[in-house]
Design a protein around this ligand. Structure first.
Ligand code: F6R
Length: 609
């Protein structure tokens, strides 16, 4: 986790550093710091707490200088504190470093450095980098950093600055993102593109093992051995506005409202005009390739994992391929039965989640073919996978994932239909009906978003309850899991999702008078059974909010309140049904005064194990 920025050029560095860090706060926000070279020495300012604490400090001090680096932190080694905030310095104060990732052998390195007389002032793994460069420095900054890279094991994006050679920034990356923004007489370094798009749209995206020497007029990229690497300029086409809140109170609600657009863009060019097929120009599968897949294993974390559970229903029911779904952090440690007849599908909004990336590497090692579904072009996961499908959700800034989830479902559904066509497991008319439904989704999602008053009222009414339960069967159960995660993570209400038929095996004991139960009943094939489960909780005096499809008069007889989504195909219902749950979570969090976009203890991109 953590966000990194760097600037070198004619302007005041501190100004860009703070501006860039603000755009990266979603990567971590328990402390922040900057280091600026003032013409004779490097001055470091850092403080625990949100970025605005540092910003105030910097406003008062107004550090002058044209080269600097900055960092916003999400603690891994060492609690959030001033001392543990980055940048970190060596003993002499001649070298500073910011780092994102984990130096796995830091304890061993630290002991060796202490034995040589180095004095440490923080509990972080990062500080060893500053002392190492000091240790290796013999008049050549670049050579010293190369030696540091040879010493360390782990994952990192790191940026160094030195009093000895203040005309350059040196950076390198392994398993964590780093981009270089190419300006005119100035250059930028950042963990992620939103930090620099207001300044430049031309970038180099560094690959693992690369190191860059950045001056105001040049950028030299090389591998760890010092062999030059020629980089292609990656032009960013995002609208700068797209990374801003654009009039909404929070990024999360803005992103919820962006779903019709995100769905439209994710399906754009991929649905045949005559509804007959899915077009994936980026996938190079043949009938034989698809026939050779014996098993699909889906691996992801959090919300993306919940998308994977929906994907299991899609791929098994439509393409008739057996599917396992794993939480990425468990996958590697259970000796998974994966071989060259397995397709591993990894799902990740950021494309940087370390557990998912590691699972992808493991699946590849075991011989699987790999397919990534991700939202970030050029991300680590996108680069590691054999094939990639990009969701076109645009930047997702709020920690709680919304538009990424719905577009992940669409990606998975399109893959299932694409495979089904090769395998002949679905009649043509069925494929056409689902594709027609997909084309209607943006306007149907819009319709839900146009009418949110009832949801706001429920959020106010039940937003202070201690516990909330979500129930559903089949695809509704998969959506219930995501609904409960959304509520938990941003409103801090204890929420649980259960397969509705499973309640009586234990959980029913928790249902007492007044407990809100959100019951999803969009799936006709299990509808009657879901109604029976609704009656079970009503008999224990729960307050039930039923989520069904328009025209469902039956459900109204058994629940206290209803939310009806537009009529759609059973496979498309999860994509619409989750929207009221996202809204409910959002308005509950607002009712409780929670920090919606930055829930406590969480960060957007989890690049540590
Ligand atoms: C929850 C949420 C997380 C992410 C998870 C994986 O709202 O956003 O659970 O889904 O951390 O992140 P990505 O998709 O970037 O791999």
């Amino acid at each position: 986790m953590c966000g990194i920025v760097g600037y070198i050029g004619p302007k005041q560095a501190a100004q860009f550093l703070i501006e860039g860090l603000k755009k990266l706060e979603y990567r971590g926000y328990d402390s922040a710091g900057i280091a600026v070279y003032d013409g004779s020495k490097i001055n470091v300012e850092k403080s625990v707490g949100r970025l605005n604490v540092l910003e105030k400090k910097v406003e008062q001090i107004a550090p002058k200088g044209h080269v600097g680096i900055g960092h916003t932190r999400w603690a891994t080694h060492g609690r959030p504190s001033d001392a543990n905030s980055h940048p970190h310095t060596d003993c002499s104060g001649n070298f500073v470093v910011v780092h994102n990732g984990i130096i796995e052998n830091y304890l061993h390195l630290k002991e060796k450095l202490i034995a040589k007389g180095h004095v440490f002032t923080s509990e972080t793994d990062t500080e060893v980098l500053a002392h190492l460069v000091e240790e290796h420095y013999q008049g050549d900054f670049e050579a010293a950093v190369k030696k540091v890279l040879a010493d360390v094991e782990g994952s990192y994006a790191m940026v160094f600055l030195s009093n000895y050679e203040p005309d350059k920034i040196i950076c390198s990356k392994q398993d964590n993102p780093l981009v270089i923004g190419l300006g005119d007489g100035e250059n930028f370094v950042a963990s992620d593109i939103p930090a620099i798009i207001n300044r430049t749209r031309k970038t180099y995206i560094l690959s693992d093992g690369e190191m860059a020497i950045v001056t105001k007029d040049s950028v030299w990229v090389m591998n760890r051995q010092g062999v030059p690497v020629s980089k292609k300029v990656f032009e960013v086409h995002w609208d700068a506005e797209a990374a801003e809140k654009g009039g909404y109170e929070h990024f999360m609600i803005k992103e919820i409202y962006e779903q019709p657009k995100a769905i439209r863009e994710t399906t754009a060019g991929r649905l045949a005009k005559d509804d007959s097929s899915i077009i994936f120009d980026e996938l190079k599968w043949t009938k034989d390739d698809v026939a050779a897949i014996r098993k699909i294993t889906i691996v992801a974390c959090g919300t993306a994992y919940h998308a994977g559970i929906v994907g299991k229903y899609y791929l098994e029911q439509l393409a008739r391929i057996p599917v396992e779904v794993d939480v990425a952090s468990e996958f590697r440690y259970r000796s998974p039965l994966v071989d060259d007849k397995t397709l591993a599908i990894v799902i990740s909004q950021s494309g940087e989640t370390l557990d998912t990336l590691a699972a992808l590497k493991e699946a590849k090692k075991l011989g699987a073919r790999t397919l990534a579904i991700t939202n970030v072009v050029g991300s680590s996961i996108a680069r590691e996978a054999d094939q990639v499908i990009y969701t076109q959700a645009g930047p997702e800034i709020a920690v709680a994932s919304t538009k990424a989830y719905t577009t992940q479902l669409i990606g998975l559904l399109m893959v299932a239909l694409y495979f089904a066509a090769f395998k002949g497991t679905l009649p043509e008319e069925r494929i056409q009906a689902i594709i027609r439904g997909l084309k209607q989704l943006p306007s149907q999602a819009h319709e839900i978003l146009e009418d949110v008053e009832a949801i706001k009222t429920f959020a106010k009414e039940y937003g202070f309850n201690e516990d909330v339960f979500f129930i559903g069967r089949s695809l509704d159960y998969a959506v219930a899991l995501e609904g409960s995660l959304k509520l938990k993570e941003i409103s801090y209400i204890h929420a649980e999702a259960y397969a509705a038929g499973e309640l009586k095996h234990g959980t029913l004991a928790l249902i007492i008078e007044g407990v809100p139960v959100i019951a999803l009943a969009t799936q006709r094939d299990v509808y009657e059974k879901t109604l029976s489960n609704i009656k079970e909780v009503k008999a224990r005096d729960a307050v039930v909010i039923g989520i069904g499809m328009q025209g469902d008069e039956e459900i109204k007889k058994y629940v206290d309140h209803t939310i009806l989504i537009p009529v759609t195909d059973k496979y498309l219902a999860p994509i619409l049904a989750v929207i009221p749950l996202q809204l409910l979570a959002y308005y509950a969090a607002v009712t409780r005064g929670a920090d919606v976009d930055k829930p406590r203890n969480l960060a957007k991109s989890v690049t540590v194990e």
